[in-house]
Ligand binder design. Structure first.
Ligand SMILES: *Cc1c(COP(=O)(O)O)cnc(C)c1O
Length: 374
């Protein structure tokens, strides 16, 4: 008997295009998109802008480039972007905003996510973890509009750097895929607008946020001046993001995309995969979310205190372990690939290329190893 293939829970970016998506890509009408002549790219940009309730859209090769372009448009060199200390923008984009945009950043600490960033895994076993935050009803990674606004300093002086933009993240990746509270986002939008500071939303997994709540994509997206959404995460397209915003902002973003080397030609073949994913894969996200909950409950059973189940709202599970490196290698030996965001946490991400059987097998492996490690 051949060994079962590895169950890959490292990320939802590992999904591969299926036959129907490949057929849609092969059939896509294309043109030179630098001239604005690719009909499939135009269609994708319009579809996403409509879904998000914004005027215009721009297709980009990656979410990182969409964030880079948006922040570069909002923030002049030498001014600042405010964001969460665990935001993808400051932790996982390799200093791009400083290196390529001259942007300085200042961060707020959100509950749980900040703990994860310092190696203190969020969880009820941790004194400073979200288990202790139940009084305020705050999940890891959720922002508080008042905390953010307290940091805003919009007018630069000879002494102080000026705040030119605020970045929000929904869902919050390093906090374990938690959904931002819509009411709090709306409050922030209102206060920031009065202060004259635009908001950019990193909505890499906004599709998941919507699937996990009553709010629509547009409800969330209208709380920001610009929003980027990834097609290459849970939706399962091989590549691409769309940045949306006001028409004049997107025109400026188009120039920055070219400047950063992201002007692409007959790229409708990739946009077609995104359109296919939006049309056919969105409703499957609920399955990913149910499977993440199942993994969370099984892990919690095997190792009480290892998971804060309330924060498992979408397709991620953060599991507290005594030694994350050891756990990652033991999982790998048992045919389950996981990632360790810090030395006491492993992250499990569910996605559309898993079967129910894969998830059960991974749960069995995790339970055995977690029980062993205690
Ligand atoms: C994945 C991700 C991005 C960047 O997307 P890439 O296409 O990998 O560059 C940005 N923000 C968040 C929160 C992400 O999870």
């Amino acid at each position: 008997m051949s060994p079962s293939p590895t169950v890959d829970l490292r990320s939802d970016t590992v999904t591969k295009p299926g036959e129907a998506m490949l057929a849609a890509m092969a059939a896509a009408p294309v043109g030179d998109d630098v001239y604005g002549e690719d009909p499939t790219v135009e269609q994708l940009q319009d579809v996403v802008a409509d879904l998000l309730g914004h005027e215009a859209g721009l297709f980009t090769p990656t979410g990182s480039m969409a964030n880079l372009i948006a922040v570069r448009c909002h923030v002049p060199p030498g001014q600042e972007l405010l964001c969460d200390a665990s935001a993808h923008i400051v932790r996982a984009e390799l200093g791009a905003h400083a290196t390529l945009g001259g942007v300085t950043t200042r961060t707020w600490a959100s509950s749980g996510a900040a703990a994860a960033a310092t190696g203190e895994s969020p969880g009820p076993g941790n004194q400073s973890g979200p288990g202790q935050q139940s009084g305020s009803g705050q999940l890891p990674g959720q922002l508080r509009a008042d905390d953010v606004m307290a940091m805003v300093s919009p007018h630069s002086s000879p002494y102080l750097v000026g705040t030119a933009c605020i970045a929000t993240e929904n869902t919050h990746n390093f906090a374990g895929g938690t959904v931002q509270d819509l009411h709090e986002l709306q409050r922030l939008a209102d206060l920031a607008d009065r202060a004259g500071v635009p908001i950019h939303m990193d909505g890499a997994r906004l599709w998941n946020a919507t699937a996990a709540s009553d709010a629509t994509l547009a409800d969330f997206a209208r709380t920001a001046t610009s929003v980027q959404v990834c097609l290459s995460k849970g939706l399962g397209a091989p590549v691409g993001s769309v940045l949306v915003g006001p028409a004049d902002f997107i025109e400026q973003a188009r120039a920055w995309r070219k400047r950063f080397g992201g002007g692409m030609r007959q790229v409708g073949v990739l946009a077609a995969a995104g359109l296919y994913a939006i049309e056919h894969h969105q409703e499957d996200l609920a399955t990913d979310h149910a499977r993440a909950k199942l993994l969370a409950e099984r892990c919690l059973d095997a190792a009480p205190g290892s998971v804060f189940c309330e924060s498992v709202q979408t397709n991620m599970v953060m599991v507290r372990v005594p030694d994350a490196d050891v756990m990652v290698s033991r999982c790998a030996q048992a045919g389950v690939a996981v990632w360790a965001p810090d030395k006491h946490t492993i992250r499990l991400v569910t996605h559309r290329d898993l079967t129910g059987e894969c998830v059960e097998r991974a749960a069995d492996v995790l339970c055995t190893l977690l029980a062993d490690m205690r």
